[in-house]
Structure formats: structure tokens, C-alpha cells
Design a protein around this ligand. Structure first.
Ligand code: IMP
Length: 429
């Protein structure tokens, strides 16, 4: 039995989709465990680019089972569009199973997301406005609608009735259009159509996944968002509404922590963040602009320009801790190919003190300024490198320094978006 969790070690967009797709060729099953269509995982394989939000990035491998677990919040329109997009490109989706316990994102969750953000004013989180927070709120309030309700239909109508009653009170107070009469009938008709289309893909996944474990299959868990966006361990409240750390993968599909062998943290060779919230190494200058443009740092889901900064080893060390990481993968190394000098944040200076741990309050974090170490760049193309020894010496030194600062082996390095632009130093399966 080998189970590997792929997890974001920064604020998301680290390249988990590419690495999951690469490793999926060796896995029997790929699983999404939390989050929803706020995630945007880009895969480039055989010259074709795929942007996936909900379907596991293993779907390009016809022999790999793909599971969307109970921990995911599901936008039915997005997942059905994604299925159609894959089919139109000649890909098979017959290996896709979605947990009947997954909660459904409803149109009123989108409205609530938008409304809550507008109320927060300059304290807004900068959400993806995909209804993620409000859907998880209904889940924890024990009034969410699950796929199994939709399939049974009567429970769907009953729960919808309750939820609309509650949401309409809020909408009325907020001066927003209520969902009643014709709008409600339209919503019911829309979901009746989704029900028919999604039915073939819905199943009981807890036994399926545990039986795969017992049969010593190789399981690959595809984390969404990054560890610093975790509801408990991230830069709260500037986080997403699910547990993005490795432990969330267990609850998100219904397996125990003893089933996990390896936790592979994915970190960019620099760092990015979308939305609001602290980002100690952020570059608000020409260098930030340059890296954003070299790295194509614009959100897959929202198209928003990403905030860009230097690699922050305080953040990644903290991530390693809260995830029980065993390995590190550094992505987008090639984006730094043309920089004469590269900085790494080794610690923070906070109220005259040098600290190497993440402070727990945002106020303390706001007081922190990065302590940098500067390394010489390598000023040559790394995109054709396929072995660690092929990398220019300064690029090797950069990776080895990251390894030292984080305290984990860098087992993989990505030097391009294509599946094959990957250097493996230590096999995962
Ligand atoms: P939400 O998940 O849409 O509620 O957004 C909460 C925060 O998480 C915002 O700062 C988003 O920009 C961020 N976020 C959510 N999903 C992703 C992702 O897949 N990549 C990067 N940031 C994300």
C-alpha cells in the first residue's frame, strides 16, 4: 500500500495539478478531498492545456480511477461542464465517481458569498465568489444539501424549502431579489435536469476507497488551495473554508491517518497569493511585475493577477510541520532562469527580534519584515533539464539551500508546464 498526499505548501496555485497529473500515471486512484471550484488546476499534456476545477487531475490517465470525496463542495454546473469538455476532447470520464455525501453549492451560496464580501468592505477576504464559504457554512449548520438528497429528490425539495426560507429573509433585509415564485420553479427545474445528468457519476465512495487501500492499490490525494489558506492553520480570516492541510484529505474521503505514507508539499520556487491577507515577502515593485509576467501569474478560476514575492522558508517550514510533510517539490524553477540574483526569506525581523516561526496573529505578522539571503542566479535555460545534475550549478545550489532551510528533501523539481518537464530525485510510489 502506498498513499501519497499532494499538498500546497504556500497560498495555493503551487502547481499541484501538474504534479498530480505526472504522478497519476503511477497511481491506481486519484482523489479530490476538499474545496470546490475555487480551485483551478492546470495540466499541460501532449501539447494540450486543460484547466480543471473539480475533476481530479488524474482524469487524463484512462486507467486511473478518479474520486471526488465527501469533503468537496460541488457546483453541479461546473462539474457537468467539465465532464462535457473532457468528452469533447475525446477523453474518457467513465472512471469518475463522486461521493453521494458531497455537499452541493446552490445559486444562493453565490449570492451570499458576494453579499458577505460586500459587507466586509476593506476587510474583504477576496474570495473567488464561487459560493465556497456559504456552502461550508450550511454544511456545518447541518442544513446543507447533499448529492444523496438530490438523487432521492423529496429530501432535496424539503431542504431547499428550508434553505430558501432562511436565505430569503436575509435577501429581503439586504434589498436583494428573493428566490420565490418563478425563480424558485426555475431553480427546481434546473436541478431536476442536473440530477439526471450527474446520476451516472454518483456513488458510495468510502468503501470504494478503503477497499482500494486494502487491495494495496496506489492512492494519490490531490490537495486543493494551499496550507496557508487552511481554515485552522492558515492566515485566518484570510483563508478558505476547508481544511486544506494533509489531515483534511483523510476526513474528505473517509480514511484514517494511518493509511498515509507520504506527504509531498508543493512549493513554487518563489511565492504567490491571490486575494487579501498578509504576505511578508510580497514584491510591490518592478521585480514583482517581472516575475508575475514571466510566470503567467493570473488566476485559473478568476483571472485575477496574483500577488508575487520571494520564496519564504518560514512559511514553508510551518507548512511542513502542520502537514507532516515527508518530501518537497519545487515548481516553476525555470521562471527564475533570467534573474541575476534570487532572494530567499530565511527568517522574520519582528519588533527588533529575529524569529524563524510563523507568528499566530495577523497583527504580529504585519510587524514582520523578511530577512533575506541573496543567491546568484544561473542565467540559462533549465526547461530541457530532466536530471538534477543537468541543472546549472547555481540552480542546484538554490534547490539545495531550500532543502536545508525547510529541512526536507526536495524530491521533485518542475522546470516547465508540460508533464515531462519534471525532474525526479526520489520516486513517490
Ligand atoms: P474562497 O475559497 O473562494 O472562499 O476564497 C478564500 C481565499 O482563498 C481567497 O483569498 C481566495 O483567493 C483563496 N483561494 C481559494 N481557492 C484558491 C486556489 O485554488 N488558489 C489560490 N487561492 C485560492
Amino acid at each position: 500500500m502506498t498513499s501519497v498526499i499532494v499538498i500546497g505548501a504556500q497560498w495555493g496555485d503551487e502547481g499541484k495539478g501538474k504534479i498530480t497529473d505526472y504522478l497519476a500515471g503511477q497511481a491506481d486512484m486519484v482523489l479530490r478531498c476538499q474545496g470546490g471550484s475555487n480551485a483551478g488546476h492546470t495540466i499541460v499534456a501532449n501539447g494540450q492545456k486543460y484547466a480543471l476545477h473539480l475533476i481530479p487531475s488524474g482524469i487524463l490517465n484512462p486507467d486511473t480511477a478518479c474520486v471526488v470525496g465527501n469533503g468537496v463542495v460541488l457546483d453541479l454546473k461546473v462539474v457537468l461542464d467539465e465532464i462535457e469538455m473532457l468528452k469533447a476532447q475525446g477523453l474518457s470520464v467513465k472512471n469518475l465517481v463522486i461521493s453521494d455525501k458531497a455537499h452541493i453549492i446552490m445559486p444562493y451560496h453565490y449570492i451570499m458569498d458576494e453579499y458577505q464580501e460586500s459587507l466586509k468592505g476593506d476587510k474583504k477576504i477576496g474570495t473567488t465568489k464561487r459560493g465556497i464559504g456559504p456552502a461550508y457554512m450550511d454544511k456545518t449548520a447541518r442544513q446543507g444539501i447533499r448529492l444523496l438528497d438530490l438523487l432521492a429528490w423529496e429530501p432535496f425539495l424539503e431542504k431547499l424549502e428550508y434553505n430558501l426560507r432562511e436565505k430569503n429573509i436575509i435577501f429581503e433585509c439586504a434589498g436583494l431579489p428573493v428566490i420565490s415564485g418563478e425563480a424558485k420553479e426555475q431553480l427546481i427545474a434546473e436541478y431536476a435536469a442536473y440530477r439526471e445528468q450527474i446520476m451516472p457519476y454518483v456513488g458510495e465512495t468510502v468503501y470504494l476507497v478503503n477497499e482500494a487501500l486494502q487491495a494495496r492499490k496506489k492512492l494519490l490525494f490531490e490537495g486543493a488551495q494551499g496550507s496557508l489558506l487552511d481554515l485552522d492553520h492558515g492566515t485566518y480570516p484570510y483563508v478558505t473554508s476547508s481544511n486544506t492541510v494533509a489531515a483534511g484529505s483523510c476526513t474528505g474521503v473517509g480514511i484514517g491517518p494511518t493509511a498515509i505514507n507520504r506527504v509531498l508539499g508543493i512549493a513554487k520556487a518563489y511565492c504567490t497569493r491571490v486575494g487579501e491577507g498578509p504576505f511578508p515577502t510580497e514584491l510591490i515593485d518592478d521585480m514583482g511585475e517581472k516575475i508575475r509576467s514571466l510566470g503567467g501569474e493570473f488566476g485559473v478560476t478568476t483571472g485575477r493577477p496574483r500577488r508575487v514575492g520571494w520564496f519564504d522558508s518560514v512559511v514553508v517550514r510551518y507548512s511542513a510541520l502542520v502537514n507532516g510533510m515527508t518530501d518537497l517539490c519545487i515548481t516553476k524553477l525555470d521562471i527564475l532562469d533570467t534573474l541575476p540574483e534570487i532572494k530567499i526569506c530565511t527568517a522574520y525581523r519582528c519588533n527588533g527580534e529575529i524569529i524563524t516561526r510563523m507568528p499566530s496573529t495577523l497583527e504580529a505578522l504585519a510587524e514582520c519584515t523578511p530577512v533575506y539571503e541573496t543567491l546568484p542566479g544561473w542565467l540559462c535555460d533549465t526547461t530541457e533539464c530532466r536530471m538534477f545534475r543537468d541543472l546549472p550549478v547555481n540552480a542546484q545550489k538554490y534547490i539545495l539551500r531550500l532543502e536545508e532551510l525547510v529541512g526536507l528533501p526536495v524530491s521533485m523539481v518542475a522546470v516547465g508546464a508540460e508533464r515531462d518537464s519534471t525532474i525526479v530525485r526520489r520516486e513517490m510510489f
